[in-house]
Design a protein. Structure first.
Length: 322
């Protein structure tokens, strides 16, 4: 079957480590099912995997990809939940010390077929295409958990979304707007600030700009480059929710005095649960919203999509069709 996979690592030029070609079809063990993939979405996680982050060399070759929408063995249209927890684990799968994501320990979704635990599929919303549904399991689920599980935000509050343009950031803007939250967003790029307004931001600012007032929560996926601005943008008692650090993980200063004096809360957030994925699907159906897709292309052209993401020339999701 056709697949996009890592056969080696290259920390300096991750796209050069990508292979697009034939791989053996997977076999489903007991309790697992084979999904015929119709669409899969690209994430920064896939670029990090090609750099050798979070993926062991002995696991190569590894098919990349966490997101997929497709058809299960009974002919149902489904979305795949990418967090694989231990079968004995009960409760929040993201807290399982033995958890992994598809494409870390188990072969991923950038292929014609993927095998997953039967419990890891949820019905695809009828109102979304396969391409749109494939965007949900990583970026949109991460955004949903950040906003509605981890932040403490409520309708009428104000949230700052750092780095408008990426999959999680665009998801945050749309979900927060739909929930009655005032949304501010930042970007270094004027075109991305304009697009952020188009998808629901109430106001936009250049990265690092002084805000009209402090906010109740900041959604942080950029990390090192925006860390200080995020902390300075919070009200007393505010919350910074962080789910990624695409610009680096070592800010010049942790600004501990600001954190304890203003009683700020720093909340990590990783992916989401199967229950949260089901809730996200229902929320989107109720609110009449759909994912933002930057580019759709055949899986055979995966190298082009990886290069586009690596260059940062993205607003929304890059989706591969199978």
């Amino acid at each position: 079957m056709l697949a996009a996979y890592a056969a080696e690592f290259n920390a300096d030029d991750p796209v050069s480590a990508l292979e697009v070609g034939e791989r053996p079809e997977p076999e489903a063990p007991d309790g697992w099912v084979t999904i015929d993939v119709k669409a899969s979405a690209l994430n920064h996680h896939d670029l990090w995997s090609l750099k050798g982050v979070g993926l062991a060399e002995q696991s190569l070759p590894m098919i990349l990809g966490c997101d997929a929408a497709g058809i299960d063995p009974d002919g149902n249209e489904v979305v795949v939940h990418a967090v694989i927890s231990d079968p004995a684990w009960k409760g929040d799968e993201t807290l399982d010390p033995k958890r992994s994501l598809l494409s870390e320990r188990y072969q991923g979704t950038l292929a014609e077929k993927v095998v997953v635990p039967a419990r890891n599929v949820v019905p695809k919303p009828a109102g979304l295409s396969f391409e749109q549904a494939a965007c949900l399991p990583t970026a949109w689920l991460t955004a949903y958990r950040m906003l509605f599980t981890q932040s403490g935000l409520k309708p009428g509050d104000t949230v700052l979304v750092q780095g408008a343009g990426g999959g999680v950031a665009t998801s945050l803007i749309t979900l927060a707007r739909a929930a009655g939250i005032r949304v501010w967003a930042t970007s270094r790029d004027d075109a991305k600030r304009t697009k952020a307004l188009e998808i629901g931001a109430h106001d936009v600012f250049e990265s690092g700009a002084r805000l009209p007032e402090r906010v109740d929560a900041v959604m942080e996926t950029v990390g090192q480059a925006t860390w200080s601005h995020s902390l300075k943008s919070l009200k007393q008692g505010g919350t910074l929710v962080i789910s990624g650090a695409t610009s680096g993980q070592a800010p010049k200063s942790a600004e501990l005095n600001r954190i304890f004096f203003l009683q700020l809360r720093i909340q990590g957030s990783t992916m989401g649960t199967r229950q949260e994925l089901a809730e996200l699907v229902q929320f989107m159906a109720n609110a009449g919203i759909s994912p933002h897709i930057d580019t759709t292309m055949p899986l055979a052209d995966a190298r082009t999509g990886f290069a586009k993401m690596n260059d940062g020339d993205v607003f929304g999701k890059i989706v591969f069709t199978v």
